[in-house]
Design a protein around this ligand. Structure first.
Ligand SMILES: NC(=O)c1ccc[n+]([C@@H]2O[C@H](COP(=O)([O-])OP(=O)(O)OC[C@H]3O[C@@H](n4cnc5c(N)ncnc54)[C@H](O)[C@@H]3O)[C@@H](O)[C@H]2O)c1
Length: 350
């Protein structure tokens, strides 16, 4: 067996069954049916709402804690009547106590799109620093499992391609995007400090571009941007010459990786993303075709510090979690486009 935090060479780090070790003495309720209570910060956001769905489907009691700075009640409306679900309105950068037992803490609260974290730079730094501290404190008090949502942005504009977890990154700490990147780097350091000093059962994922239903339509990220423009027949904006690459992971694939990692003994960061790389120009063309769009393409200058290449090396996730993304881009985009189409029709944008 590999020591905690390391993968032994030539051996499977964790046999599949180890994902589902559920120590009953740490469960919220241990009489009869085993119940786990899971706290998801940022639970009313895009990824958070999918996590709420998944943990409810696994039988957990779920608390979605959110201050709605970028999240939306609509994202969890369909869960509100579920007897094991509740929303708690709170800013996780401020202290909070839970008197009921918590078994798992997933810290997903943070503005996540460039439009959002540039609008809320200080809140972004606070939730990465203070919010991580507060959520780690809850996990420590309750001896809960902890999972931090970090990001591929910790690699900055990478000089190594594809990015493995061993790469330390190339981040401009005082650039406009530094508020997000550095907050997440700090959050990772703090999480590992809790693991090392307090033996907290902590885990870190570095999420690469993820997309799917319940993304915000106007958050400036490339998937909603292109879909919105293509569906309306507006000009599709390509920044730079469109040769920069990205890789896009469909949200249910991401959620599966998160669920698996939470129940392992692995404590170093794990990249989760889809390694299928595509240039932005090709990506725009794929969406154009799926939408049967009449849009033309227009070019705009590349934003400052915009990474030229982004592709995860997911060898660690394959080895530790037996995880690989399953949903191809065409299928994922179809589902996402159907969601946006409905949303745009409802709000008179189509
Ligand atoms: N979507 C991606 O591609 C991606 C990539 C890398 C990392 N991530 C990380 O995943 C997490 C979720 O991202 P998302 O895309 O779902 O974004 P999102 O904006 O949809 O969700 C974030 C949620 O956190 C809430 N929030 C923000 N600050 C808070 C605070 N102080 N207290 C309580 N709630 C707060 C927001 O209201 C929102 O509901 C973020 O931590 C983000 O950094 C996402």
């Amino acid at each position: 067996m590999a020591a905690a935090g390391t993968i032994a060479k030539g051996q499977e780090a964790f046999p599949l069954r180890s994902f589902f070790r559920i120590p009953t003495e740490r469960c919220a309720h241990s009489l009869g049916e085993i119940l786990l209570r899971t706290l998801i910060t940022g639970g009313a956001g895009f990824i958070g709402s999918h996590l709420c769905e998944r943990f409810l489907a696994e039988g957990h009691d779920v608390i979605a804690l959110d201050n709605f700075i970028t999240g939306n009640r609509d994202n969890v409306e369909h869960l509100m009547s579920h007897p094991k679900f509740r929303v708690m309105v709170h800013d996780i950068s401020e202290p909070i106590e839970f008197h009921e037992l918590i078994d798992n803490v997933l810290h997903f609260a943070s503005p996540a799109s460039p439009v959002d974290y540039l609008e809320f730079p200080i809140q972004t730094m606070k939730v990465g620093a203070l919010g991580t501290h507060v959520s780690l404190g809850i996990a420590k008090k309750h001896k809960a499992r902890y999972l931090l949502a970090s990001t591929s942005e910790v690699y900055g504009d990478p000089l190594v391609h594809p990015q493995t977890e061993a790469y330390w990154g190339n981040v401009n700490p005082i650039g406009m995007r530094g508020v997000y990147d550095e907050a997440k780097r700090y959050a990772e350091a703090l999480t590992l400090a809790y693991y090392r000093q307090h033996k907290l059962d902590a885990h870190i994922i570095r999420i690469f571009n993820t997309y799917g239903e319940r993304m915000q339509l106007n958050d400036g990220r490339v998937v909603p941007n292109f879909i919105y423009q293509a569906l309306r027949g507006d000009p599709m904006t390509i920044y730079g010459d469109g040769s920069q690459t990205r890789s896009f992971c469909y949200v249910t694939d991401l959620v599966e990786g998160i669920y698996r990692l939470l129940f392992t003994d692995f404590h170093e960061p794990v990249n989760l993303g889809n390694p299928a790389e595509v240039t932005i120009k090709e990506f725009a063309e794929e969406i154009h075709k799926l939408a049967h769009s009449k849009s033309v393409y227009i070019a705009k200058p590349l934003p400052l510090d915009d990474p030229k290449k982004r592709k995860p090396d997911i060898s660690r996730a394959i080895q530790v979690l037996g995880w690989e993304p399953k949903v191809g881009r065409e299928e994922g985009l179809r589902r996402t486009m159907a969601y946006f189409q409905q949303k745009m029709q409802k709000t008179g944008k189509l």
